[in-house]
Design a protein around this ligand. Sequence first.
Ligand code: ZN
Length: 396
Amino acid sequence: MTIELIVIGGTWSVLPIEYKYWYIVNCFKAANDYRKTRKAQGVTQKAISKKLSIKKLKTVLLEEQKKNEKAKYNIIGLTLETRPDYIDEKELLEMRELGATRVELGVQAIDDAILKLNKRGHGVDKIIEATKWLRDFGFKITYHLMPGLPGATAAKDLKMFKQLFTDENFQPDQIKFYPTVVTRGSLLYKWWKAGKYKPYSDKVLQKLIIDCKKFIPHYVRIIRLIRDIPGESIVAGNIITNLRQVMQQKGVECNCIRCREVKEKSITNYQLRITNYKANGGKEYFIEVCSMDEKVLYGFCRLRLPSSHNAQRITHNALNDAALIRELHVYGVLVAVGKDKKIQHAGFGKMLMAEAEKIAKENDFEKMAVISGVGVRGYYKKLGYKLKDTYMVKKL
Ligand SMILES: [Zn+2]
């Protein structure tokens, strides 16, 4: 069984360091001990003490992570949420130690005037810098976007959305939309009361999201559209909770990863498709196995070839001169092959990794580093990778 661990809400980076390590070490311990505590009825699981020193916590974390590599419940990914202005090399080294593989960034908008008006405390430059750091460390990057902020218009929001994928400074892997809502007691509530702010009507918001979906590249995943706020706390603003269904009814096709994920259990035909694009001073390859019409996705891999400048910038040993695998995801479909249509596992993971290694080699990279979730390290070991500085690394 695999566990995708996502720590949601708030700003991870502002928490005290002892708390952060204590929290994550207990997540790993819970996954590792689960079977034992289930077996022995009445035995409650013992958490690791909050009183341990940071040094001791780090030691125990390494032990629990090692255990998790072979545990029945593998933590295959860890997502942390933070603000762009907290991302730097030190922060990312710490996140890697904790086992994080994906970061959700509270981006909101990529417009200095809007960020300033909404008192975000930083400008677009910080968003660009954070994105670059995250990418060069191999993290998967999720942007939180807030359409309808004070200072925005639907036209401006759409323009910003398009810029995310035409400007190499951004290129997030995943998007979460949080349409701005007015909640009682907030600053926005005062502005709304005073007539200084008006949220988008449902109709305007719906059209905007549909327009955005028309531009979403096939290598990006829209995770979700609506913030879950209990109905009564929303004074004005978006109240649609099933926009996705509404769009399906209207026949709007979305080309994002989520909408292309395979739903069948077995397939007969597939192709390898490679897309590359520039991002944050490097080259990204989206290598996918998909249906012949490209509409259904069976698996994909994100390969990054950093520029030599980037390689020098990062002091992390494992990443020196390395090409990076930022993500490998296969959906476990079976393939019917041969005359008798014998069903077998497709082995798409291996195929995608081999293709990524080939591309890296052709581009003169001698090393590959995978930002592997702790619970998937065993998989890469079988492919000849070794653990080095929290990454799985292989000489090419
Ligand atoms: Zn979609």
